[in-house]
Design a binder for this molecule. Structure first.
Ligand code: SF4
Length: 368
């Protein structure tokens, strides 16, 4: 198949759903680790297309959602420093921190600007030589290469007022952490498409090898996801788990070599704090010493009060796959996209936002 339309073909989708139903005999649980997949699965009704033998759960795949409150508080504290401009992607601005949000901090006069790429942040730094521009680097392996490129460019251009607060996170270590936790038994993992374009399929080989869990990387169209589920069912039914790619038009086993080079030029693995999970060793990216001038964590000292989680919010449980959004008492009653309590309702990739938008739960009267 060449064209995206073909990956949305209803007849092909139905045929594949039937095939999966015919072959799926065991009760299994699959988890996706990508907010884009969470929304695609909900938008296209994939949970309704697969047989009852297959349960689908969302994991920690939304970068804004997995950002720990204490790290968000740090960004908010940086925004309050004099002569500082914070540049960031849009979603995080509305996420409540312990005592405020970036949106509220902006309303009180802080200079916080939403950008669409790190290169925009570089331009802001060039246009404001008398101020410090800090880019809040939130994201996974997908985002890391462009942030690395911006730091290299800043160095080449001799920019003295551009900084990055790296809150970047790595996907394979969080998969290992959830499998080690064992709170939710997983039979298969729907591998993230965009992350895997960068890192390839090899970093996931430990999943079938060490844990006996099936693993298949998926694209984002309905047929992509069903092809992935079909491969997962085949691996599980034959008891032959592997690390496969069902998104070959985007992912190579070795990943994107140039992007990986950029990442390793600027970053090295370090412990990172994940909402609902805590510190996972080697699951984040910190800026290497060679580029430390651009490291906001080293250049600015801020202290913030102890972090507080939003009362009643179960984002942590949802990110670990222990609960689904409607199991949160606040879901759609107190917490809505207009008045979000936690990040999973704010972010365009959050599981609560996806359930709210696509499960007919967006208005209380539809709920029953
Ligand atoms: Fe948190 Fe709202 Fe989701 Fe509940 S519905 S877990 S309060 S984001």
């Amino acid at each position: 198949m060449k064209f995206i339309d073909e990956y949305q073909d209803r007849e092909l989708v139905k045929k594949l759903a039937h095939r999966i139903a015919d072959h799926s005999t065991k009760k299994i649980r699959l988890m996706e680790f990508c907010g884009g997949h969470t929304h695609a699965i909900m938008r296209h009704g994939v949970r309704q297309l697969v047989p009852e033998t297959i349960e689908m759960r969302s994991g920690p795949g939304c970068p804004v959602c997995v950002t720990a409150t204490t790290d968000l508080d740090k960004v908010i504290a940086l925004a309050q420093l004099p002569r500082v401009i914070i540049a960031t992607f849009g979603d995080i601005v509305r996420v409540p921190g312990s005592y405020s949000s970036l949106q509220q901090t902006k309303a009180k006069g802080a200079d916080i600007r939403i950008v669409y790429s790190t290169m925009d942040a570089l331009e802001i730094a060039k246009a404001n030589p008398d101020k410090s521009v800090i880019f809040a680097g939130i994201g996974f392996e997908t985002t890391a290469p462009t942030i690395a490129a911006s730091i290299i460019k800043a160095r080449q251009e001799g920019l003295e007022n551009f900084y990055v607060l790296s809150l970047l996170k790595l996907t394979p270590p969080v998969m290992r952490a959830l499998l080690n936790l064992g709170e939710v038994k997983l039979d298969g993992i729907i591998g993230p498409g965009h992350v895997s374009v960068v890192i390839g399929s090899r970093p996931y080989e430990f999943i079938p090898k060490d844990y006996g869990v099936a693993f298949v990387i998926s694209g984002f169209e309905p047929l992509d996801i069903l092809l992935c589920v079909n491969k997962l069912v085949e691996q599980i039914e034959s008891d032959q788990p592997g690390a496969e790619i069902a998104y070959s038009r985007g992912v190579r086993p070795e990943g994107n070599v140039r992007a990986l080079e950029l990442m390793s030029e600027v970053f090295e693995a370090d412990g990172a704090n994940w909402r609902g999970i805590g510190i996972i060793p080697q699951s984040g990216l910190k800026i290497k010493e060679k580029y430390e001038h651009f490291d906001a964590a080293k250049a600015f000292a801020v202290s913030s009060k102890p972090a507080r989680e939003p009362k009643g919010c179960r984002c942590g449980d949802i990110l670990r796959g222990v609960a689904i959004p409607p199991e949160c008492n606040l879901f759609s009653k107190v917490c809505t996209p207009e008045r979000p309590v936690g990040p999973c309702m704010v972010s365009s990739e959050g599981a609560c936002a996806a359930y709210y938008q696509f499960c007919g739960l967006s208005s209380p009267q539809k709920k029953n």
